[in-house]
Design a protein around this ligand. Structure first.
Ligand code: ATP
Length: 279
């Protein structure tokens, strides 16, 4: 079995510029991976079939699974005859705004590239990945990037100042399509993406904290008051800055001290089941 790590991402910024004629939103996002990962195990099958194996009952076990789609896409594009069992050990909460499914797809692309000796570059895998979902391209590379277009155009940038990231997911799942559907672009207060890029380039933690912004909060916070509550609690327990990731509902807090990260974690555990402290 070949094991591949599929890390979650958070959005340090998420801006929507306009709605395109093809109905996608033109976005501008600064994304970075965090060390909360699913584990994908790839096991060759000789019968040509793709099977998803997961103990998590919320993980689709058929072609709806993005990892399944990744394997199918490689098979179709490169005429691969082998099959594969894709074991998915889920750590990343599902429908959380952390790109769990996209990361599973990206890890499957990387892993099968090697298992099936396809010899594709990361750039080639990223182009393929965009056919599965807009966040898959970023997840193929991981690290930190400015993503534009519908999220599939990736420009690598420096690693942000290291800090603790407290993640908390309220007990609701959010549909990305619903949130984008509810977005009113006129009158939006846009995050300062340029300032975030400068903060990262100059390794300025305080400026990173001051530059966080996500326009999708205008939709999700209205739909789900529990996300507002978690943001407030995280602030109250001492996070340096707090933001919702992606379309939510996961909220993350940045903290530069371990003691404070632990305090926030303990405080939130009281009314939120899914809380993580990562780097
Ligand atoms: P994003 O941040 O990219 O919007 P997300 O973190 O909000 O993604 P996912 O965890 O990727 O959302 O799940 C969204 C939906 O995708 C789920 O409802 C689930 O049914 C489906 N899905 C497909 N493949 C997977 C997978 N490998 N793991 C989890 N969910 C998957």
């Amino acid at each position: 079995m070949l094991y591949v790590k599929a890390p979650a991402k958070i959005n340090l910024t998420l801006d929507v510029l306009y709605k395109r004629p093809d109905n996608y939103h033109e976005v501008e996002m600064v994304m970075t991976t965090v060390d909360l990962s699913d584990r994908i195990g790839l096991e060759p099958r000789e019968d040509g079939l793709i099977k998803i194996v997961s103990a998590d009952r919320y993980v689709p076990d058929d072609q709806r699974n993005f990892a399944y789609q990744a394997a199918q896409l490689l098979k179709d594009t490169y005429g691969v005859e082998q099959g594969v069992n894709i074991h998915i050990e889920k750590e990343i909460p599902i429908a959380a705004g952390l790109a769990g499914g996209s990361s599973d797809a990206a890890a499957t692309l990387r892993g099968l590239n090697s298992l099936w000796n396809l010899g594709l570059t990361l750039d080639e895998l990223a182009v393929l990945g965009a056919k599965i979902g807009s966040d898959v391209s970023f997840c193929v590379y991981g690290g930190t990037a400015l993503a534009t277009g519908r999220g599939e155009k990736i420009e690598h940038i420096a690693t942000p100042p290291s800090c603790f990231v407290v993640l908390a997911k309220p007990k609701i799942g959010v549909s990305t399509a619903e949130v984008y559907g509810g977005l009113k672009i006129e009158g939006l207060e846009h995050p300062n993406t340029k300032q975030m890029l400068k903060a990262i380039e100059t390794n300025d933690y305080d400026l990173v904290c001051a530059s966080l912004g996500n326009v999708l909060e205008t939709v999700t916070l209205n739909l789900y008051p529990e996300v507002v509550t978690i943001k407030e609690q995280m602030q109250r327990f001492g996070a340096d800055a707090v933001l919702m990731s992606g379309s939510g509902p996961t909220v993350f807090g940045l903290v530069d001290s371990e003691t404070r990260a632990t305090r926030i974690y303990n405080g939130l555990r009281g009314f939120c089941d899914e809380v993580y402290v990562v780097r």
